[in-house]
Write a new protein. Structure first.
Length: 351
C-alpha cells in the first residue's frame, strides 16, 4: 500500500495546530471544537474556503438561534436536544448549506448540553462561536499561504495519470496481456480517476472568475484543452468497457473483424499518445503526416463498416458498440488535436 503525504494533508495539520495555538493563547476552553472546524473548512481551492466561511457564518447563526429558542421553549433534556438538532438540520438543508451540517450539529449540542436549566449563557455561546470562527479562519489562512493550489498542474497530473492507465488498458485488452482480476481492478481505478478529474475541473470552472490568476486568458485556454482531454478519457473508458464485453465474441465470430478492430486500437492509441506528447512539447506532430494517419484510420473504419454490411442482427449487436465507441473516440481526438494546436500557437505568440 502506497503511503503519501500530500499538500492538503499538511495544510490540514497546520490549520489544526494553528487553531489550537490561538485558542490556547486566548485561554478558550474546548479548543477541539475549533480544530474540528478547521478540518471541515479545508477546501480544494482558496475561493471555496472563502465561500465556506460565509456558509458557516449563516449556518451557525441559525444553529445558535435554534439552540436558544429550543432551550427556552422545550428545555435541554436529551430528547429536546435531539429534536432541535433535527429541525436545525432540516433548515440548513433547505438553505442549501449541507456542507455545514456537522458544525451546526456540534454547535447546537454543545450549547444546549452545557446550558443550565432553560437558559443559555450568551458569553458561553459567544466563546463557542469564536472557536468555530478561529478554526475556519485558520484553515482559510493556511490554504491561502501554504502551498497555494496550482490548479493547472494538479488537474493535468490527474489527466496524465488517467491517460497513461487508459492507454495501457487499450493495449492490453486486445492482446490479452492482462489477467481478468487485474484488468477489472485497473478499469475501476480508471473510472474513479476520471471522475476525480471531472470533479476537479468543475471546481475550476465554477470559480474561474473568482480565482487570483495572473495570465487569465492563457489559463482559461489551457482549461478548455483539459476539458476536452477529460472528454477523450471518458470516450476511452467507454471503449474499454465495450472491448471488455464484446471483443471475445467478435473474435469467435470473425477473424477479419477482430483484426480490423485491433488495428484500429493500435492506431488510435498511438494518435492519442502523440497528442498528449505534443501538448507537453515533447514532440512536433507534422500536420501532413497526421492527415495521412487519420486517413488510414478512416479507411480501416470504412473497412469495418463494409464487413458489417449484410451481417445478421446478432452480429451487429456484438460489433456495433465497439465500432461506435471507436468512432466517438476518434472524433473527440480530432477535436483535441485542433485545440492543442491552437493553444500552442496562442502561447507562442504570448511569449
Amino acid at each position: 500500500m502506497d503511503f503519501t503525504i500530500g499538500p492538503r494533508m499538511v495544510k490540514t495539520g497546520l490549520a489544526v495546530a494553528l487553531t489550537l495555538m490561538i485558542t490556547s493563547l486566548l485561554s478558550l476552553e474546548l479548543g477541539f471544537i475549533g480544530a474540528i472546524a478547521s478540518i471541515m473548512a479545508m477546501r480544494p481551492s482558496i475561493m471555496r474556503s472563502f465561500t465556506y466561511i460565509k456558509d458557516v457564518a449563516l449556518a451557525n447563526t441559525v444553529g445558535i438561534v435554534f439552540a436558544i429558542l429550543g432551550a427556552i421553549l422545550i428545555g435541554t433534556e436529551p430528547i429536546a436536544i435531539g429534536f432541535v438538532v433535527i429541525i436545525s438540520i432540516a433548515v440548513i438543508i433547505k438553505l442549501d448549506l449541507e456542507n455545514t451540517v456537522n458544525l451546526v450539529v456540534l454547535m447546537v449540542v454543545t450549547l444546549m448540553a452545557s446550558s443550565t436549566g432553560n437558559e443559555i449563557d450568551m458569553v458561553y455561546a459567544l466563546q463557542r462561536v469564536s472557536l468555530v470562527a478561529i478554526g475556519v479562519l485558520s484553515a482559510f489562512v493556511v490554504n491561502a499561504v501554504i502551498f497555494p493550489p496550482n490548479h493547472k498542474k494538479m488537474l493535468y497530473k490527474m489527466i496524465k495519470t488517467s491517460s497513461d492507465r487508459s492507454h495501457l488498458l487499450l493495449r492490453a485488452i486486445p492482446n490479452k496481456k492482462m489477467s481478468i482480476p487485474q484488468m477489472k481492478e485497473d478499469e475501476d481505478t480508471l473510472e474513479e480517476q476520471i471522475k476525480k478529474a471531472r470533479d476537479y475541473y468543475q471546481i475550476i470552472y465554477d470559480e474561474r472568475n473568482r480565482m487570483f490568476i495572473r495570465n487569465r486568458l492563457s489559463f482559461l485556454r489551457t482549461i478548455i484543452v483539459y476539458k476536452q482531454m477529460i472528454t477523450v478519457l471518458e470516450r476511452q473508458y467507454t471503449l474499454i468497457e465495450s472491448l471488455d464485453r464484446k471483443l471475445s465474441e467478435i473474435e469467435d465470430m470473425s477473424e477479419n473483424k477482430s483484426f480490423l478492430i485491433k488495428k484500429l486500437m493500435e492506431e488510435i492509441n498511438n494518435y492519442s499518445e502523440n497528442i498528449m506528447m505534443m501538448f507537453e512539447g515533447k514532440i512536433i506532430l507534422d500536420k501532413d503526416l497526421q492527415r495521412e494517419t487519420k486517413s488510414a484510420m478512416r479507411l480501416t473504419i470504412n473497412d469495418l463498416i463494409t464487413e458489417l454490411q449484410g451481417s445478421d442482427f446478432q452480429k451487429w449487436t456484438k460489433v456495433f458498440p465497439v465500432a461506435n465507441s471507436i468512432i466517438d473516440l476518434f472524433t473527440e481526438l480530432e477535436r483535441l488535436e485542433k485545440l492543442v494546436r491552437v493553444h500552442q500557437t496562442k502561447e507562442e505568440k504570448r511569449k
